[in-house]
Design a protein around this ligand. Structure first.
Ligand SMILES: Nc1ncnc2c1ncn2[C@@H]1O[C@H](COP(=O)(O)OP(=O)(O)OP(=O)(O)O)[C@@H](O)[C@H]1O
Length: 611
């Protein structure tokens, strides 16, 4: 395309080689995934990366977009003629993943609105301008009809696959990137939707001067012809890179004439694909691929198609400082990020009707059930045993029921966090606090009816101070278990493993609370567990609150506790007073909370290789 020859080179790459360690016949070897790849992408140009499965398309896209993890990448990649600075490059370019990772319960409009709030700086855009950007994206991507439809997922019906992809693209285009990378944007879409996606991306890219690189698996002839240039890859080598309009004549000259009525993309992919049907066919096809790659290497080194890598853009001095150094792109304030994320989290929770209903109903039903099970506790030997039973069940309610439902939500959202963090959308501290301040109040409010029902129906000691102190201890346990949930969610994946391990961890905590096993008789090898056990401190505080100062009547000639202090001492629950126990409980919670943050930071940290 004429205009593209004059357009600025946005990205150029030279002699890219990528190897990964692998084991072959018991030997450690390095497998070459990309071999001597060079090229460039200019402003407004749409380039397709085409090849059969395993050709290296995604690997090349990841290398160019700075998303390679592991292995050994060599060569050079220049952004507007200069070495890339990871942070700067990340924020000036956009990457649309193959999986559209978005909140399923938000509508198209909300998804784009939150993306605009989080990704556009308030110092550069007024709220009105952000809304205009969203409206523009909706209009350009033809999403008006789906504007108020939820994104949806496998369980909730939402927008169509094509619309979902367009929303993903829209969210990435809000920031006006200089470069747009798309990984298999048409996979899973029918031909009409695929054409629409590519057509729209192409027209927006031309309009805004964005260089676009797209991996695509066997595009239709129509889609193929929409691209300005094409990179044909096979076995990690370039078989062709140049204008789409010249590809047929190039291969025709090599003796591979694409038949008149055949889709060129199908023809070229077939030509480059290894044939595994027989040993002989495999050897032949390998030779053919090698021949084609060698022919292209000779063709490009002869100068006919030389990638213009050495050519520097005219305004180099300006560009170098922008691309190679860290430039301080404006950021939104922490409090703005936090309030925006918190609003999004609350919206997600309230839209999740099943979650909300179960969170509200479970404590009420359990509270009534347990309350009536222990209806009217008496101050006798049986009353001692039942009081301990009620306090134990209060403990249980502060663990499993409040741990698992938020864990499922938190864990399911981690992939969205990773995606959003990979484009530096917001700080991790604002995200973590937003999660905390969504889960925590919900748990405390929904669990309060449980405590009230159990307390008054079973009639634990009816005294205002005991009631409120007990409620405070219960709240502290709930808060600590929200922190424990955040720790598990951040540290252990997949969720199935988190379920198994956390069930074991909570069960051990419940067993070592001092009720089932008397610490006087526990082996020294395991005795230490109680000091790291939030349940022990909670139980100790709850039992002291209920039992201290309490008198019990004993039937004549029967050995039993005559007062609550004997119970506390017999179960060895009085080592720390109530306040000390609560303090130690909260300290453990603090450790869990900070640990959860540290794991999240470590996990969400991109480990990309930069050249
Ligand atoms: N880190 C890695 N470790 C081991 N093998 C890898 C690694 N990265 C890529 N590969 C291998 O490199 C080859 C190219 O992978 P890539 O995902 O780039 O292919 P692709 O052309 O995008 O294929 P598809 O169209 O099937 O997604 C594959 O055989 C893949 O298994």
């Amino acid at each position: 395309m004429e205009q593209n020859h004059a357009a600025e080179v946005m990205l150029s790459w030279k002699d890219l080689n990528y190897k990964v360690p692998t084991v072959l016949n018991g030997q450690k070897v390095h497998r070459t995934i990309l071999s001597d790849i060079s090229g460039e992408a200019r402003a407004g140009e749409a380039i397709a990366l085409i090849g059969s499965s395993g050709a290296g398309k995604t690997t090349l896209l990841n290398a160019l977009s700075g998303r390679i993890v592991g292995g050994h990448l060599t060569g050079s990649i220049l952004y507007r003629g200069a070495k890339r600075h990871p942070g700067t490059f990340k924020r000036l370019t956009s990457y649309v993943q193959q999986d559209d990772l978005m909140h399923p319960l938000l509508t198209v409009d909300e998804t784009l609105t939150y993306a605009s709030k989080l990704r556009l700086a308030n110092s550069e855009y007024t709220p009105q301008q952000k809304t205009e950007r969203v409206n523009e994206a909706i209009r350009q991507l033809r999403l008006e009809a789906a504007r108020n439809t939820r994104i949806g997922d496998a369980t909730t019906r939402g927008v169509s696959g094509g619309e979902r992809k367009r929303v993903s693209i829209g969210a990435e285009l809000l920031t006006d990137p200089h470069l747009l990378f798309l990984d298999e944007p048409t996979s899973g879409l029918d031909s009409n939707s695929s054409e629409m996606v590519v057509e729209l991306v192409k027209s927006i890219a031309v309009e805004r001067g964005i260089a676009t690189l797209v991996t695509i698996h066997q595009p239709s002839a129509h889609i193929f012809n929409m691209f300005d240039k094409v990179i044909l890859l096979s076995q990690g080598r370039v078989v062709y890179f140049g204008p789409t309009s010249s590809v047929i004549s190039y291969f025709g000259d090599l003796g591979y004439q694409c038949p008149m009525h055949e889709n060129p993309a199908d023809y070229f992919v077939r030509m480059m694909t290894l044939d595994y049907r027989s040993e002989d066919a495999l050897t032949k096809s390998k030779e053919q691929v090698k021949e084609l790659a060698d022919a292209f290497a000779a063709y490009s080194s002869s100068g006919s198609n030389k990638a213009d890598n050495e050519k520097q853009p005219d305004n180099l001095s300006v560009i170098e400082s922008e691309a190679s150094g860290k430039i301080d792109l404006p950021r939104n304030s922490w409090i703005y990020e936090y309030t925006t994320l918190a609003r999004r989290d609350w919206l997600n929770i309230f839209r999740n009707v099943n979650y909300c209903v179960s969170q509200v109903l479970q404590p009420i039903v359990m509270g009534l059930l347990i309350g009536f099970m222990y209806y009217y506790l008496e101050d006798n030997a049986l009353g001692v045993q039942n009081r301990l039973g009620v306090l134990y069940i209060i403990l249980v309610q502060g663990t499993f029921p409040i741990f698992f439902p938020p864990l499922a939500l938190f864990s399911a959202e981690l992939s969205i966090l990773t995606r959003e963090r990979s484009v530096a959308t917001y700080r991790l501290t604002s995200y973590y606090l937003s999660k905390t301040t969504t889960f925590m109040p919900l748990v405390l409010v929904s669990n309060t009816p449980f405590y009230i029902a159990v307390y008054f129906i079973s009639r634990l000691t009816i005294e205002a101070s005991k009631f409120f102190i007990g409620l405070g201890i219960f709240y502290a346990l709930n808060a600590v278990f929200v922190a424990f949930m955040l720790l598990f969610g951040a540290a252990v994946q997949p969720i199935e493993v988190a379920y198994v391990l956390s069930t074991a961890a909570i069960t051990v905590q419940l067993l070592f609370n001092g009720f089932f096993v008397n610490f006087h008789s526990v082996t020294v090898v395991l005795k230490w567990i109680r000091w790291l056990n939030p349940i022990y401190y909670t139980f100790s505080a709850l039992v002291q609150n209920e039992m201290s100062g309490k008198e019990f009547t004993c039937q004549p000639n029967m050995q039993c506790y005559t007062n609550g202090d004997q119970v506390i001492s017999n179960y060895d629950l009085g080592r720390f007073n109530i306040w000390q126990s609560v303090l130690l409980l909260l300290m453990l919670g603090g450790v869990f909370y900070v640990g959860g943050y540290a794991f999240l930071r470590w996990k969400a940290k991109p480990r990309y290789i930069w050249i």
